[in-house]
Design a protein. Structure first.
Length: 386
């Protein structure tokens, strides 16, 4: 009964996946099939009492969480209910290797070292008998039954391949005349793999631009891109005036190596210059999902766009004991602002510093940090020059 219930769930998911790109005629046909399935599933057999007890036990098990350890990286996270290993890992910011995420490619193949897993999604990829004997599974299709140890590789910035996908616009969020956020949704069959701090090329109707991703890799199919309004940027003008929900956007990426050092236990200082807040926001949320840093301080040096997500930063401060946010007004003397910031860190050699802004701003900040005792190796910079 449970197995057939799972099969029906997989079938419903497959219908939903097909429906996403379907024509009006196909959409109607799929809707008819789904209605037929629901109508017949609603008819309970007369001797279903025992099955209902079994199903109740299964639901209780779904409420329990399992602890997962990834070897050899040492990443740890919890899986809730029937979430797959891959879903739970990505939601916790762990960038496991994967391809399609729906059981077709086999790129998320991994080995179960200890513990028990169960199949919760169908997959078309065929595992060889030798792989099965060795304990290999597809992480996109299996969930842990109890605490498990999995042998799988975690991707770094250089390990993630360049991807091209067609996404849909969810919404355009205009913060002010100088800054907007483009919220897009990747297709269910081709999610974008990226790390916090990276960028993408976005194009629509013949105009394109490269922008920092402001969302966390843990946000599933949702991708948030911050688009500053700069002279001559046709894509930015399209975002402010033309692009609307359900429009199609072509996305290529990810680009850049401005990513977290996940092996570092040090406290972190984030320096965001103007629109450099976008990659910094992505890094902060990624660090939160991984529970990496001992503490995190954010200094946001505003430009004409101001602190356009000030409420979000203050919410982080309220919610987290180890997070501090200091907004700095737009200034004609950024060197003085930076010097004042550095005075608050007499032990700067203990920190990692992540900074995002123009090349000139980053050089100013780097000089100040090194002068205050920061080792060069603990300086991480992401340029956002137009």
């Amino acid at each position: 009964m449970l197995h057939y219930g799972n099969v029906m769930t997989w079938l419903d998911e497959k219908i939903e996946e097909l429906d996403e790109e379907a024509s009006a005629e196909t959409h109607h046909a799929l809707h008819t099939v789904r209605a037929f399935l629901l109508r017949n599933l609603a008819e309970v057999p007369p001797d279903a009492a025992l099955a209902q007890v079994e199903m109740a036990q299964e639901r209780i098990l779904k409420l329990m969480s399992a602890h997962v350890t990834i070897q050899p990286s040492g990443h740890e996270f919890f899986v809730e209910g029937n979430d797959t290993l891959l879903e739970a890992a990505l939601r916790n910011g762990v960038s496991l290797n994967y391809g399609c995420s729906n059981g077709n490619c086999g790129d998320c193949k991994a080995r179960v070292v200890s513990g028990e897993v169960k199949k919760v999604h169908a997959h078309d990829y065929v595992l060889k008998e030798a792989d099965k004997d060795a304990g290999m599974i597809l992480m996109c299709s299996y969930a842990p039954v109890n605490d498990v140890v999995i042998e799988a590789s975690v991707a770094g910035a250089r390990d993630i391949p360049l991807q091209q996908l067609t996404a849909k616009v969810k919404s355009v969020e205009v913060f002010n005349p100088h800054m907007a956020a483009l919220h897009i949704l990747a297709p269910r069959s081709q999610r974008l793999r990226y790390l916090g701090g990276q960028s993408v090329d976005a194009s629509i109707d013949g105009v394109r631009g490269r922008y920092a991703i402001a969302s966390c890799p843990c946000e599933d199919r949702h991708i948030e891109i911050h688009v500053p309004r700069r002279p001559g940027d046709a894509f930015a003008e399209a975002v402010f005036h033309q692009i609307k929900p359900n429009d199609t956007v072509n996305v290529e990426g990810p680009y850049g190596e401005f990513v977290l050092d996940e092996d570092s236990p040090r406290p972190v200082i984030f320096l965001a210059f103007g629109a450099g807040f976008a990659p910094i926001k992505s890094l902060i949320q990624h660090a939160m999902s991984l529970e990496l840093a001992e503490s995190m301080d954010l200094h946001w040096l505003a430009d004409e766009a101001g602190h356009y997500q000030d409420n979000l930063c203050r919410a982080w401060t309220d919610a987290l004991d180890n997070f501090d946010y200091v907004p700095h007004a737009q200034s004609d003397a950024p060197d003085g602002v930076l010097a004042a910031i550095m005075m608050d860190y007499p032990d700067l050699h203990r920190f990692d510093v992540y900074a995002a802004g123009t090349a000139a701003q980053l050089e100013q900040a780097r000089v100040q940090c090194v002068r205050q005792g920061l080792p060069d190796v603990r300086w991480f910079a992401g340029a956002i020059d137009a």
